[in-house]
Design a protein around this ligand. Structure first.
Ligand code: ZN
Length: 290
């Protein structure tokens, strides 16, 4: 058996190993993996969901919803478990679809977008249940000039600035739960339902902005398939261009086929040093072979 000190050291090593896995925010433009040493990049960014406020809010909504259901619905009088099952299921679906969408961000912006849209749909469905709960109780949701509406509006979620660490992220969520608990986890179901509705609206707004950003990246860079075929063409062109190439008369390096852009040979092929513009060596094109 390992003694306590060994355990601590190996735990610290594990934590360090986990942290060496980069997690970039959705907006970062750093490529994680690239098929070729230079452009074009193929694998986009992924896995940044913990850095987004939308995910933080969805976590709070999930925990508040499980607590709300436990407190306010009698499982025995909800024979099909329908309301409770659907509410917790919708909150869980929002959470899981953000995680999954973020995981697919690297390969398919289209799938990423679709999953964020599903997450948003789940939140809207959940909002419907809270609205129905309030109306069932004979109460309308808080109007915007209600003092409690303003009080909750002034409470904000901190951005998570930690690394990839389950422990650190859980500590962050627990601290944020505590901050919002007077509203989201209020024992008065009317206060809790109103507060959860407001936070759902906030999360939906953030998800919409995120989807807009992903859509813009998709329009600008194209999807995975598009980038893959571009890279394949670039590799093929590079191969074709150096087929049967002579060596450079100036530096002895490799040469490649180029097409003259101007002069009397414009539009005609010639051999150019691969080290151009550093080396200006050229050779005339003789039917493909030197
Ligand atoms: Zn040369």
């Amino acid at each position: 058996m390992r003694d306590a000190r060994d355990m601590r050291e190996s735990d610290m090593r594990d934590a360090r190993d986990m942290r060496s896995t980069p997690l970039t925010p959705l907006t970062s433009s750093k490529p994680l993996v690239s098929l070729m040493s230079s452009k074009p990049r193929i694998i986009g960014n992924y896995g940044g969901y913990r850095k987004t406020l939308s995910f933080g809010y969805v976590c709070l909504i999930y925990h508040a919803t499980t607590l709300f259901c436990r407190r306010n619905y009698d499982y025995k009088n909800d024979p099909l478990g329908k309301t409770v099952g659907q509410m917790i299921g919708a909150a869980r679906s929002a959470r899981q679809n953000i995680v999954e969408g973020s995981a697919r961000a690297g390969t398919s912006k289209e799938t990423e977008l679709r999953l964020y849209d599903v997450a948003k749909g789940s939140l809207e469905e959940l909002a419907g249940d809270y609205e129905a709960f309030l109306i069932d109780a004979g109460i309308a949701p808080w109007p915007e000039d209600d003092s409690r509406h303003a009080a909750l509006a002034s409470i904000v979620l901190d951005a998570y600035d930690g690394d990839y660490s389950r422990h650190d992220y859980a500590e962050y969520i627990l601290a944020m739960r505590k901050r919002f608990a007077p509203f989201l986890e209020n024992e008065d179901p009317i206060v809790a339902a109103n507060a959860i509705l407001m936070i759902i609206d906030r999360a939906c707004g953030l998800l919409s902005r995120q989807m807009q950003a992903v859509g813009e990246i998709f329009a600008e860079e194209g999807g995975f398939t598009e980038r893959l075929s571009k890279a394949r063409l670039a590799v093929r062109d590079a191969k074709d261009a150096s087929q049967g190439a002579p060596t450079c008369p100036d530096c002895g390096g490799a040469m490649r086929k180029m097409i003259a852009r101007k002069g009397r040979n414009a539009g005609k092929p010639f051999w150019s040093c691969c080290d151009y513009p550093h080396c200006q060596g050229t050779r005339p094109w003789k039917g493909g072979l030197a």
